[in-house]
Design a protein around this ligand. Structure first.
Ligand code: IPD
Ligand code: CA
Ligand code: CA
Ligand code: CA
Length: 286
């Protein structure tokens, strides 16, 4: 059990810590970085990803010794994704948008959330380069630089701006599915954007700048904070198939409102069916 006062204290503490840690990203942003790869050529990490995660976890662990941590760089180092338990758990992406950071493209941020009893209670996404601080507490609304934000009430995908991550089309196993969905998005929306930071994309859905976002390739640290921020801004986050969203699963569909959610689930199902039929046809003609 974590009381409201305890959560207030956690929020104040992590907010200061996140803003302080953002200085590391801001100072390093234009300079040269030591770049390594993890799962493939496209999966980059720098010394600053590790440094920011160490600062965050060390300080939080000192202040809250009973709390648990799920942090990207710690998990990728051990190659083991822990289970989310009922214990207060900080879910941390020290730099979301590492590829952007490497290229000095200013969409990069720290994403940090606190889950208690598996429920997201605190979400902070901080872009120290553009000085954008997105915050949410469960039940208290969502904010950008302390001003309330609201997700979009666009009526219909034909009036929407949508985001998805096209770079996954380089992975052979999922290329056709991604390209099929991309084609479907392009053919209906006003436009498509690919931002390179899942956390910031979710925040753009929360502030109504983007109407919908979808990816099937996410990790808990990419989304935990942004999901709470969207929900508190009035938006909807569900599983790609239309079911309940699980923060530990990679499949996410985030939209400004319920109507868009229904339409996007249908669009993706239709696109996947088309891709499947195309591949059957291709096999038959071989
Ligand atoms: C990545 C970004 C990207 C998303 C990837 C993530 P990272 O996180 O959020 O937008 O498409 O799935 O891995 O590696 O920059 O923290
Ligand atoms: Ca990464
Ligand atoms: Ca990430
Ligand atoms: Ca990261």
């Amino acid at each position: 059990m974590t009381t409201r006062e305890e959560l207030d204290y956690c929020y104040d503490f992590v907010l200061d810590l996140t803003i302080e840690s953002g200085k590391v990203i801001r100072d390093a942003f234009q300079g040269s970085k030591k770049i390594e790869t993890k799962a493939g050529d496209w999966d980059l990490v720098t010394q600053y990803d590790r440094k920011v995660e160490a600062i965050l976890i060390n300080n939080l662990a000192k202040r809250f010794p009973t709390h648990q941590f799920i942090g990207e760089e710690t998990v990728s180092h051990s190659n083991f994704l822990p289970e989310l338990t009922n214990a207060p758990t900080w879910i941390i992406d020290p730099i979301d948008g590492t590829t952007n950071f490497v290229h000095s493209f200013p969409h990069t941020c720290i994403s940090i959330a606190l889950a208690v009893d598996k429920e997201l209670e605190i979400g902070i996404v901080y872009n120290p380069v553009l000085e954008q601080l997105f915050t949410a507490r469960r039940g208290y609304g969502a904010f950008l630089n302390a001003k309330p934000i609201k997700s979009s009430n666009v009526e219909g995908l034909e009036h929407s701006l949508l985001c998805l991550e096209a770079s996954y089309a380089t992975i052979e196993d999922i290329r056709d599915i991604i390209l099929g969905r991309l084609e479907a998005f392009v053919s209906i929306a006003h436009g498509i954007r690919t931002m390179g930071s899942a956390a910031l994309t979710l925040c753009h859905v929360a502030m109504g700048a983007v109407d919908g976002y979808h990816s099937d390739n996410l990790m808990p640290w990419d989304v935990a904070a942004g999901v709470l921020i969207i929900r508190e801004a009035g938006g909807v986050v569900i599983d790609t198939n239309g079911g309940e969203f699980n923060v530990m699963s990679p499949k996410l569909l985030a939209v400004g409102n319920c109507r868009l959610a229904r339409e996007l689930v249908k669009l993706i199902k239709h696109a996947d069916l088309k891709t499947h039929q195309r591949s059957l046809l291709l096999q038959a003609t071989k």
